[in-house]
Every structure is written in structure tokens, then in C-alpha cells.
Design a protein around this ligand. Sequence first.
Ligand SMILES: Nc1ncnc2c1ncn2[C@@H]1O[C@H](COP(=O)(O)OP(=O)(O)OP(=O)(O)O)[C@@H](O)[C@H]1O
Length: 706
Amino acid sequence: MADLTSTANTDEAKHTKIGIWDFYQERLPKTASLGIGVPFFKRFQVSQDAPYLWTMLKDIGKDQSCAVLIGLLASCKLASALLPAVSLWYSGQLLTIAQNTIDLRTVDTSLLMTIASYRLGCGLLIQGVSRFENALEPLLAARLQRHYSIHMFRARSRLDVPTWNDKIVQDKLSRTSQMIMGPSKDPSTVVLELLETVLRLSTGVVSIVSQSLVLARVLRGQPDGPLLVTATCLPHIVRLMSMNTMLSKWTSIWMIKSSDKDFIKSEGLKLAIQSNSHRQEIVAGGMGAHLFNEYRSRVMRLGDAIIDMNDVVYERGRRARTNFWELIQPLLEQLPQVVFTLRAAAQPLSIPISLASLNMVLTTTNDFNREIVQMYFRSLRLGISLNAIRNIYQVNSIENQIQDGQVAYPESNSDLIAGISVEFRNVFFKYPGAADYVLRDVSFKLERSQLCVIVGKNGSGKSSVLKLIARIYEPTKGTILIDGYDISTLKLVDLRRAMAMLFQDYSILPLSIGDNIGLGDPNHYEDIDRIQEAARLGGADGLINKLPEKYDTYLEKPVPDSFSQLPEGTTELFGQPVDAGKQAGYFGSSLSGGQLQRIALSRTFMRSLSSDHSVGLLLFDEPSASLDPAAEHDLFERLSNLRGQKTMVFSTHRFGNLTRHADVIIHLNDSLVEDTGTHIDLLAKPDGGYAKLWKLQARAFLGEDS
Ligand SMILES: Nc1ncnc2c1ncn2[C@@H]1O[C@H](COP(=O)(O)OP(=O)(O)OP(=O)(O)O)[C@@H](O)[C@H]1O
């Protein structure tokens, strides 16, 4: 078999080629094993994140019940940290009694009983405190969960579209729950973990210091004490070094990628053949046999080079675990035994007491070791948790990219009765992060109450014009005026209240149909009469009334049912409907595109009624794209009856009633305004783009030159 592994090194990274994979790993300094925890602290910028611990404590402290629970938890942890030292003290006392018994050949029974009972009492108390602590934790977890779910909901609900789509913001949001060495967690779990870590780190220090002091005092008279302590501690120190070396390698930055064209294609073919969404295309296009041949030939060509990515990751873990400290550790573990045996051979008389001391020292150092190892891991997690906490608090203050204006609009509601005027002055626009302008030097003016239709081919910029009017995005250059005001000076909440918009890429929220429609006007969200009226106007009432739960139907079920051991083909269980593939009560996938569009339209109708004077501008982006011709006709009929004097802007591909009755048609071509005018004006320019498109559509309908 060919050698599939090759290595190429650079200053900061080591590159290894393993089969089809390129594996890059950060180079670590040679001293990584000595600086215990240093790599982590450097990576997670602990000093920068630490102030957020205080922010978090202040925030949780405002919730009195949380503050009380945290206080109780801290007391328990402190008690748990101190009790082992007390217990050790009594063990020392028992040792002294044993020493005296050997020396004096007599024993003080009552003192022995008292000390022994105190020692036992300590053990019981440690148990009790630990149980109380365990009972407190779920209570605190539940309160924190509530607190942070509200916190995160608020943080997310206030973000506008460009900010939400910003990759850095998305990264920040995902890092509020990200754990590096485990699954992603709820922010409250991260907070609880951080609280635990901080409490345990502080009490760990208390525990180690108190036990060391007691141990030093207890062993003061023991000639073998220091030697035994050194011999028992040494293996633990070496184990810590070994762990640190392993973790430094383990947590170094790494990347695995494949640029092998055959492998990438074969994986694409595999995805295509496995996924439900491509089955129709594959069957109808007779692609099955071709895809199979393609897949087989590529996989055969790659041969043994196909290595599971998990195996590459595993190999990395195996290499990380192998280091010098790990090798010498088993030798050092024998050290206490050897030291003890040598001492016993030199001074046979001291064997019994040395044995008791050795036992005590071993138990204590084992406790120390456990505590130190736990502290080590906790301090590593501290960096990760602190980083998540910083993001949890920073997401609340992310600045929206669309700046709010100061001017209240309109001065009075009656101002909107006659509609809203809209003017674009030399507007240029490109989407955030995109290279090309999608609108260039666009200028037009719509008077109040006018009906405007924007036409143009796919990608000419029609939807973008509507999104700029709703201030979903900001023009890159130029000005948009709303009733003569620069749009950027108006208060966003007022501007959006004054208009209703149906997006081409509308979405149905994972809520009931009633909620989906009602949210078109948050002020009348639960007004069922208004919701039913909006559904009637949007042409959705018929289909909704046929659904078993009518307006309470969820199109997408946010809380799925869970089943276990379900026999194949089960459709009912315990009198409840069961559909393992499609959750019961879920109708989203069985509604057609046109039916979904009617529901989205109904949402817009919540605020499009002519009686509603708080809205003066209606924006419809391809409202009839999925409607049949009869439904489209009815829709435009209803819209013209309801419109009153509101200004209306449509974007559409279809020429017909709408364009014929429009006061202004804007013809966009490749991000530029090619023509503006009425239907008659534009047809009068036979070489104009609009006239050409109109003729093209008319010819398709009439089947002749028209
Ligand atoms: N969110 C976005 N980010 C980047 N580019 C976008 C985004 N939305 C649209 N575009 C691009 O902007 C251009 C104009 O798109 P727009 O949706 O405004 O055109 P349209 O005329 O409404 O098209 P259609 O008739 O197909 O709906 C297109 O090239 C599109 O790819």
C-alpha cells in the first residue's frame, strides 16, 4: 500500500496529509508542559472576560430568590471545604492516642471514644451538606434557566436584518452556549457551571490550605512526615504535568479539510442519493444509474485513501496522550512504598506508627490530588465559561446596523388617510458584504395615494427597492424621502407602523395559523374577528375552516411528541394519533405554495384595511406569485376596494390589470431604472424595454403578433 501520510511543516503550523485529509495543527512552545494552564488562559483571554463575572453576579443578584440560593450554595461549599480539615484534625488526634498507647502502654478510653465520635460526626456532616447542596442545585438551575431564556429572547428580538445576518453577530450568538469540550449548552447551564467553578475554585483553595495546615501540625512530631509527604506528592505532581502536556496538545488549534476533488464529488453524490429532497429529480431525470457509476468509479479510484475523519481525530488524541511525564509516572507511584520499606528496615521499632502516618498521609494526599486535579480542570473550563458569559452579556448591547431616527412620524394619524409619498434620489445599494450594486442611481417619485408597479426581470432589484422603503436595509448612497422626510431621520417604530409589507420570501412562523395572521398587527394580535376578516380578504378563510383545529392549527409543531419502542406501522397509541414521520397536527408540508401565500397575505391584511388610518403605505412583493389566475383576480379586486387612498407599491413579473391601472410603472433593468411612466406612456415608446416585455407576454397569451 502506498504511503498515504506525508508531513510539511511551517513556523506556526504542522501540516500532515492523511489519506484524503489535510490536517493542520498549531505548533506549541516546547515548554507547554511546564506552564500549567497557560495555553488555556492565553487562548481564552481570561483577563478580558473576567469583568463579565461581576456583571453576571450583579445581574443575578437582582433576582432575590437566585441570590438567596447562591448564598446557601456558597455556604454549603465552604462547609464542604472546611470539614475535611476538621476530620483530618480528629484523625491526627486518634494517631496521637495510638502513639501514646504504644509509648505508655495505657489508653484513655473516654478520650478515644469522644474523638472517635467527633470523627464519625464529621463524616455524617459531610454527607448531609453534600445532600443539601444537591437539592439546592436543581432549584437554582430552574431559576437561572428562566432568567436567561428571557435575557436571550430579548437580545435576539431586537436585532435588525443586516445585524442578524452579520457573521460576527451570528458567531457571538452561537458562542453564548458553546462549550469547547462538550455539547452545546443552554446559556443558563453555562452560568450555573461558571458559578460552580468559581465557588469550587475558591473553596478548593480553602480546603487545600486548611488540610495542609492541619497535616503539618499533625505530622510535626513525626520524623518521617516530610519524607512521606514528598514521596506521596511527587507522583501526583508528575501526573499533573502529564495532563497539562496532553491538554496543551489537545486544545491547540487544529483544522481538518479535504480538497480532493474525487472525494468531494463522491460525498456530494452520497448526499444527493440519501436525501428525500432530491428523489423526485433523480427518478424523473433517470439519474440513478449515472449517479451510481459516477460514485463507484470515484470511490474505487480513491481506494485506501478514504479515511474516516473521526479516525484522524482519534489519532490526534492518541498522539496527545503520549508524553514523557506519562512514561515516568508508574515508576514514581511506587515511591511511597519504597521509602516506607527503607525507613522501616532502618528503624524497625517505629513500624506501627509509621504505618499509621503513611496511611494518613496517603489518604490526605490522595484527597489533595483529587482536589488539585479538579481545580485544574475547573480552571480550564473557567476560560471557556467566562468567554460564553462575555458573549451572553455583549449580545444585549450589539448595536443594530440600521440606526434609529429621532423624528416622530406622522404628526397625527389623520396625516396618513391620504397615503404616503415616497421618493428615491440617486439611490445606490449593495447588500452588506456583497461586491456589486443591485441598485444604481435609482430616482423616482410616488405621490400620495398613487398605485405604483415595479416591473423587471429576475434579479433586476425590485424586492430590494421595497426592502429599502421598509428600511430593512440602508441605501449605500443617496436619499429616500417619506412624505418629504429623510427616511433615516424617522423613528423606526413609527415608520414601520405606517406601512404594511408582504415579502416575496415571506415566512410562516412556527405558531398557530391564528397567531401567524394576528401578528400582522401586534396591537390586535388576539382580535379573532379581525383575524377572520383578514383571512377572508387574503383568501385563506376557506382552507383554514377545513382544518380540524381551524385557526389553532400549527403549521409547524414546535414541541414534537417522542415515542419509544414504537412497533412499525403504528398510527395510534394510547388513543392518540401517531405519525412518526409527520408529527400529528403538523400540516405545513401538506399546504400548497398558493395556500401558504394566502396565509401570508392575510397577515398583511391585518393592517391593510381602509378603515385603518395608522397605515398609509402598502408594499406587496409578488403577492400573487403562487396564486392561480382566479385567485389573483379576486385579490386585486379586493385590494382596490379596500385600498381607500393608501399608497400602494407592487413588484411583479406579470403585466395585466395591475400595470394597466398603475399611476406609475417603474421598469428596472439590471439594477437601473430604464423607464418610468404610465402604461400608455411606456407603450408609446416601442423600442423601450417595457413595451418589448409587454408585447412578449401579450403574444404568449394571444398566440399572434399583437
Ligand atoms: N440578502 C441578499 N444578499 C445579497 N444579495 C442579495 C440578497 N438579496 C438579493 N440579492 C441580490 O440582489 C439582486 C437583486 O435582487 P432582488 O431580489 O431585489 O431582485 P428582484 O428583481 O426582486 O428579483 P426576482 O424577480 O427574482 O424576485 C440579485 O442579484 C440578488 O441575487
